[in-house]
Write a protein that binds this ligand. Structure first.
Ligand code: HEC
Length: 259
């Protein structure tokens, strides 16, 4: 009991709401009344403007330790740990290694995009938390659209680990499988090649650069949603919004909503 209370105080003192709630679920550290309705969660998280260039360098190097998703998270949160401390110090960055390869190698959403969405929704907040938090989702959606439409990687590290030329390709998709696949096809490099690895490290860095630009604008109060993103209900199905990329001219119509 004594131990439980002290651990609970540590969590409370840290203000580490998300991790606190997760721990509570496992160890019963927070009483049911406290946990009810998720009312212990507070957004936005404290943010100080970061240098996009420095953040991208951090992401590039972190890729070689924790891969794309955790590299993007680490590039932002490691700096905020130093400057602000909690709740960032308690956030388990390395747990997000699983985002690698489009989530444990399944080639779904590119981990860099997942990492960017985790960061924006942690800092700004989730859209259900109120109007002041809506831009968390908007910045995340911007990241997906920018990733899909941009020749990547855009970022060139100061000291590239690979000296050979790394070509840029447009994925037209936020998916790891499609993005990596199109780059491999055009470059001729295999998945296990140092060039492909450096390409993905640079992509993570490019995403981190772009993300911090948006977060800085949000902090200044000048952020405006750039993507055409709308809630999935507008299309009647969840999906990346360039339907023709996969369906060609014959885009299927989802079943109509039940009245
Ligand atoms: C990344 C590729 C991709 C994109 C982009 C995409 N789809 Fe799909 N979609 C699929 C695949 C694969 C299936 C499964 C097809 C099957 O079962 O034969 C599918 C299935 C569907 C279905 C289920 C019914 C059916 O006929 O298969 C609908 C409806 C649909 N898509 C609509 C859309 C719409 C609308 C968009 C744009 C908002 C979109 N899709 C974008 C790949 C995609």
């Amino acid at each position: 009991m004594k131990e439980q209370i002290s651990r609970r105080n540590v969590i409370k003192g840290a203000g580490m709401v998300a991790v606190g709630a997760a721990l509570a679920g496992m160890g019963g550290l927070i009483t049911k009344a406290e946990a009810k309705g998720g009312s212990t969660e507070k957004w936005p998280w404290p943010y100080e403007k970061l240098d996009p260039e420095k953040t991208a360098e951090l992401a590039y190097n972190e890729w070689y330790r924790v891969f794309c998703g955790a590299a993007v998270i680490s590039s932002v949160f490691s700096q905020l740990r130093d400057r602000i401390g909690e709740p960032y110090k308690s956030f388990p960055i390395d747990a997000y290694v699983f985002l690698e390869g489009g989530m444990v190698g399944w080639g779904t959403v590119c981990g860099s995009n997942a990492g960017a969405n985790i960061v924006s929704n942690m800092i700004v907040g989730p859209r259900i938390a109120g109007p002041e938090c809506e831009n968390g989702a908007a910045i995340g959606a911007d990241a997906l659209e920018w990733y899909s439409e941009t020749k990547l990687p855009t970022f060139i590290p100061r000291e590239p680990r690979q000296k050979s030329k790394i070509i840029q390709t447009v994925s037209n998709s936020p998916l790891c499988h499609v993005s990596v696949g199109k780059w491999m096809k055009e470059s001729g490099y295999a998945l296990g090649s140092p060039e492909r690895k450096d390409r993905c490290a640079r992509v993570a860095a490019s995403v981190a650069f772009n993300l911090v630009k948006d977060l800085n604008a949000w902090k200044d109060g000048t952020y405006k949603q750039k993507s055409s993103w709308k809630p999935a209900s507008n299309f009647g199905i969840t999906g990346q919004q360039n339907c023709t990329e996969c369906h060609g001219a014959k885009i299927p119509t989802p079943p109509l909503a039940k009245k």
